[in-house]
Design a protein around this ligand. Structure first.
Ligand code: ZN
Length: 515
């Protein structure tokens, strides 16, 4: 029998959830349909929703209910829905209480003006235009960090907003190991970059036909009809207003066939996660994905592990060749498979291939650490950026607009976000290996267009938990291991070693890791 306080808490949280998802509808509209004239009013509407939501979570009444429910919570199994709901609500409540509303407002304003300055700075290739905003963002984030005086490392506070429970030390160890494994492998592959031809993907592809192709592909994904839609946008994203209302948005580039296809697969991976949470946690804080890293593990699974697999292209190459017979007829699955796994040293993170992607993330993570705890003067950021890109990717950055100014995150005060991209890849590798162990004929299934077995495995081991378990616990239960880089690195070495015919001694490192 649930105490009355529990029912009351759940009702309050249902309202907060509704406000949150209503905000998601407004954001989706802003990014897909809204004419530019709607921008100012939409910013006000969203700010109001955020404010109302904040007050509702931080309310004294919530504190009273949480206190009253402590004995009930302690009497329950920790991963029961009831105990999890109280625990997650307490976490959200305490986080909301720690940060003064004035600081929240300053952060939101600085994010909006920073984003605006970033557009200008990038367009004019002038880091100086962004610098004062960046200083302001870092200063405000430092004040935000001070709201959590028990944090061992200031960066823990930033990370915790995106990856609850994850500590900087653990992230640093994982990404450091990943870097040690990736640098020799990437160098060996880049030396042989010319062995793979992907030029046929960069012809001219009619956008209307690309749209039909992407829609046809999405219709073959394991998501129920009537529970999703696909739209155009300028920056691909996915969102969900409920598990049975998933929105995917992608963009099309006439001169690049893979851009829209892989963005859509990526976003569908996010969407499948949103669609898979447990139905009896609806309208509670538990019915959301647990973290950005876990979210990204799902998008990268469908984009890379599935979408860039040989099995996938054995199944779908005909769909591509049939849509563009004038450009792609005569190409076989192996041609596509190799082309979509072309590796090249490039400047832009969002266009990077699977193998070099994490090196782009490492540049950002190391610089964030230097900004918050390493004493890096923000004026020196461009040079520090360029030096790392030279070191990790072997290329010179010709201009800041394709260097330090390329991403919006820092301009909006989003520090601690970047490392979750690589964490997502690491988790994806680990889940992929575990899914293969559980579904021995997984490759054959994919080759026959049967994607539901993989979805079901992910749903059972990841999606349905929502926020009940943190990402480390989800991985531990799904794979029997803590989060570790081994499976992801094995996957990369196997795939790129084969595609680029690498002799093993070229990329095995100094034998420092037992893979
Ligand atoms: Zn993503």
């Amino acid at each position: 029998m649930q105490p009355a306080a529990y029912t009351e808490l759940r009702e309050r949280l249902a309202e907060v959830h509704d406000l949150d998802r209503a905000g998601a509808v407004l954001t989706w509209d802003e990014r897909t349909k809204m004419p530019p004239g709607g921008a100012a009013a939409r910013a006000d509407q969203l700010a109001t929703l955020v404010r109302v939501k904040h007050y509702r979570i931080a309310a004294d009444e919530v504190r009273r209910l949480l206190d009253e429910l402590r004995p009930y919570e302690e009497s329950l199994a920790p991963d029961s829905t009831e105990a999890s709901l109280i625990r997650v609500a307490r976490r959200d409540h305490e986080k909301a209480r720690r940060v003064p509303p004035d600081l929240e407002a300053d952060l939101a304003r600085a994010a909006a003006t920073g984003e605006h300055a970033w557009r200008e700075a990038r367009e004019q290739n002038d880091f100086g235009l962004l610098l004062p905003h960046l200083r302001r963002n870092v200063e405000l984030r430092q004040r935000y960090v001070e709201c959590f005086p028990d944090a061992e490392d200031p960066y823990d506070v930033l990370l915790d907003d995106y990856e609850p429970g994850m500590k900087t030390a653990a992230m640093e160890r994982l990404l450091g190991e990943l870097k040690d494994a990736l640098l020799p492998l990437t160098a060996a592959v880049l030396e042989r970059s010319r062995a793979v031809d992907d030029s046929f993907l960069y012809d001219s592809f009619d956008v209307a036909r690309q749209r039909e192709l992407v829609l046809a592909l999405m219709q073959r994904m394991p998501i129920a009809t009537g529970t999703w839609r696909l739209d155009d946008t300028s920056h691909p994203f996915a969102t969900a207003f409920s598990p049975t209302d998933v929105r995917i948005a992608t963009r099309y580039s006439e001169g690049n066939l893979s851009s829209a296809v892989f963005s859509a697969l990526h976003e569908m991976g996010h969407g499948l996660y949103e669609s898979g949470v447990n139905g009896d946690t609806m309208r509670t804080p538990l019915c959301r994905p647990v973290s950005l890293g876990m979210h990204e593990s799902q998008s990268r699974t469908w984009e890379n592990m599935v979408g860039r697999s040989r099995a996938f292209w054995r199944c779908y190459h005909g769909l591509f060749a049939g849509t563009f017979p004038d450009k792609l007829a005569g190409l076989g699955p192996e041609d596509f498979y190799r082309a979509v796994n072309k590796v090249r040293a490039s400047l832009i993170r969002v266009e990077a291939d699977e193998l070099t992607y994490d090196l782009h993330v490492l540049v950002r993570f190391e610089l964030e650490r230097a900004m918050f705890t390493g004493g890096l003067d923000l004026a020196d950021l461009p040079e520090a950026w360029n030096e790392r890109v030279r070191q990790y990717l072997g290329i010179d950055v010709p201009a800041d607009c394709v260097g330090v100014l390329q991403d919006v995150h820092w301009a909006e005060g989003g520090f601690g976000y970047f490392p979750t991209y690589s964490l997502g890849n690491i988790i994806a590798g680990q889940l992929w290996e575990a899914a293969h162990a559980a579904i021995p004929d997984l490759e054959q299934r994919i080759e026959h267009g049967q994607l539901a077995p993989l979805r079901d495995w992910l749903r059972e081991h990841v999606h349905r938990h929502g926020r009940k378990l943190d990402s480390a616990e989800i991985v531990a239960r799904a794979t029997g291991r803590p989060i570790e880089i081994g499976p992801y690195v094995r996957y990369l070495r196997d795939k790129y070693g084969e595609v680029y015919e690498l002799p093993t001694e070229d990329f095995s490192g100094a034998g420092t890791m037992r893979m």
